[in-house]
Design a protein around this ligand. Structure first.
Ligand code: ATP
Length: 297
């Protein structure tokens, strides 16, 4: 089932083309990453989808045919930092959220257990670690059991422990079958948490698809040796390789999972073959990712 479909979504702020003709589709149960450097249009995209700002052009539909409040009722969105009352307990804070959302307070118990804060629910909000505060924020979204979560940079500002806690919670929620749309500028985060991804750069879609096939793409290694025929025979016979393609005197090979370039070089040495070249190429998409990540440093 398609949860979200956008077509040609477009938004400019004066001369800044923040989102350029963005089309994407999110299916039920996906953890869908929107990956891009700061300023690439992630927040603008999510804000349009949640009806916070109006697109200049294009369309989007939630759950087949919904937009506006009818769609939003089925979505838990965390686009800005939520305001909790520091002196109130977690329970009191969540009761307020229930009242605002029109959700039965009975749901608090379920949610507070789910986010691992049951032993703290009588603590004041201000006594929580940053990771716990963010888990509570996720909990507040889960009240009323929405079908979809929309999260913008949820691990920003957390320490490594807090980041791990929040990522693990997102994975846990995803494992219950919920659809999650998550904007992040961190490649590693998308790789660890998401099943699908769209990569944005300056509002443009660079690529999209399943994370496994895109990010974890295979490395191609170019090898050459003093005797191309002998090298070719050895590579073709090797059980360390998934594929061997000859290109002049060079051979482009893909290693089997778990095999390192050093293993193939050692194997060839054992057969009396000395390599004169070993070049590891990232696939082009990975290069685009690295470029994106570089801009954030
Ligand atoms: P970040 O991770 O920094 O929030 P982002 O990927 O979410 O980045 P957006 O916040 O959507 O990107 O911004 C996209 C572009 O639009 C940026 O160039 C930004 O400066 C610009 N922009 C965003 N909001 C406004 C606004 N209200 N007025 C003018 N320009 C804006």
């Amino acid at each position: 089932m398609t949860i979200l479909e956008t077509e040609g979504l477009d938004k400019s702020y004066g001369l800044v083309h923040a989102v350029n003709q963005l089309s994407l589709r999110v299916e039920a149960g996906q953890v869908y990453g929107i990956l891009g450097a700061n300023g690439s249009g992630k927040t603008t995209t999510l804000s349009m989808l949640m009806g916070i700002i109006r697109p200049d052009g294009g369309t989007f539909r939630w759950f087949g045919n919904l937009t506006g409040p009818a769609a939003n009722r089925r979505i838990g969105a965390l686009i800005e930092t939520p305001n909790f009352y520091p002196y109130l307990t977690l329970e009191q804070n969540l009761k307020i959220v229930c009242r605002i959302k029109g959700v039965d307070e009975k749901d608090i118990q379920r949610v507070i257990k789910l986010v691992g804060l049951y032993d703290r629910w009588r603590s004041r909000f201000q006594t929580l670690s940053l990771g716990m505060k963010q888990r509570l924020a996720l909990g507040s979204l889960l009240l009323g059991d929405p079908d979809v979560l929309v999260l913008d940079e949820v691990t920003n500002g957390l320490d490594p422990e807090g980041i791990a806690e929040v990522r693990s919670l997102i994975r846990q929620v995803a494992s219950t079958g919920k659809t999650i749309i998550l904007a992040s500028h961190i490649l590693d985060e998308v790789e660890k948490v998401c099943s699908h991804v769209v990569i944005l750069k300056k509002g443009n879609k660079l690529a999209g698809g399943a994370v496994d096939s895109l990010i974890k793409g295979k490395e191609v290694i170019t090898l050459s040796g003093s005797d191309a025929e002998q090298l070719g025979d050895a590579l073709t016979a090797s059980d360390l390789l998934e594929s061997v393609v000859r290109s002049g005197d060079d051979f482009n090979v893909i290693l089997r999972p778990g095999i390192m370039a050093a293993d193939i070089s050692r194997d060839l040495m054992g057969k009396g073959i000395v390599l004169t070249k070993i070049e590891i190429h990232k696939n082009s998409l990975e290069e685009q990712f690295l470029e994106l990540v570089k801009q954030d440093i």
